[in-house]
Design a protein around this ligand. Sequence first.
Ligand code: LLP
Length: 413
Amino acid sequence: MHYFIYKNNKLFCEDVALETIAKKVGTPTYVYSQATLTRHFKAYEDVLKNHDHLVCFSVKANSNLSVLKLLSKLGAGFDIVSQGELYRVLKAGGNPQKVVFSGVGKTQEEMAYALQKNILCFNVESDQELALLNLVARKLKKKAPVSIRVNPDIDPKTHPYISTGLKENKFGIPIKEALALYQRASEFSAIQFIGIDCHIGSQMLSLEPILESVRELKKVILDLKQKGIHIRHLNIGGGLGIPYSKEVPPSPQEYLKDVLQELKDLKIKLLCEPGRTIVGNAGILLTKVLYTKKTTSKNFIIVDAAMNDLIRPTLYDAHHEIWPVEKRSLASISVDVVGPICESGDFLAKERELPHSHAGDFLAILSAGAYGFSMSSNYNSRPRVAEVLVNGKSFKVCRKRETLNDLIRGENL
Ligand code: LLP
């Protein structure tokens, strides 16, 4: 459920007409709904309120400072994968004691930065990483809090590029080797094992793979207990899918209820790292029709947004609904919605039935709040677009559109 709705045939974000934003801020522009973000985050909090827990928003999905600040104020922790993401979280007022650091390739510098900021936990993905973290922590006279990310070899049944829990994937430590690694604790004097985690994939539409991995992790926790190793938290990662089109994924409520059921006889804090379910349907990409073009084989709508602004259709063949900002025509035609970039892969939709559009019309590309702006680039020397946060009747530009000067910042002749 989100707050992008038609009122008298005009598309609104909460109580602000998208046309107003398009005219004042220009296009392309990402527009986020504060009410939707809040509602999605609270859905997690509500189910978990009677269980020791921490919801760590996955910053890679959307790292805009205003989005992070809002979530932080609602009580969120954060899942980060780089020094840059931690820097953003801190700038947004996030509490480092609620930050978990994931990723297979943390550098020494990143480890030191995160240790100095006293983050909650490092999700460690290899024995070499553990050894290096131990060294870095020792030098800083710190103890590094660690969770081992295990790879349970479970098929999340999603797009191969966003599957992460299969044995052929680069992520985590094979589940069969996890116990042995925890038992080597004495070799790592500057490490404190506090948790276990996994993240098997993204845009998952069925709960079974997630529940299966929870059951596998539970077995490891029980084995650890038997060996006298007590950890404090279980982190189930993120990965729940959202409806982009006609999919009907389980709700966060259903998902978490089932997870809690699996854990009912285990006294352990539950962490999760949702990204897409919080922000995906809380954002749209607002774009303007530049031209329409009819060739012998196709109808094209050429818009001012492109694959550098939203790469998901090109990269994952992802479907994003496209709605007119003003509903005028009922008649529809099959079109390819494409951007100005010089690649045939630059499309936002293919062979889509859309109402007739004309140059100057505005369109909203839906479900673009997650992995939209955060994956955008300057390809074709296109300045990155503006971001707007709507709150009820008001809105603010929470990231200015880049300028031509921004494009060449740091370059020398
Ligand atoms: N935790 C870890 C360790 C992750 O790697 C990810 C996402 C998440 C949490 C958040 O997952 P979510 O709840 O958002 O599914 N760019 C792709 C998605 C890549 C996901 C990478 N990892 C896309 O646009 O679909």
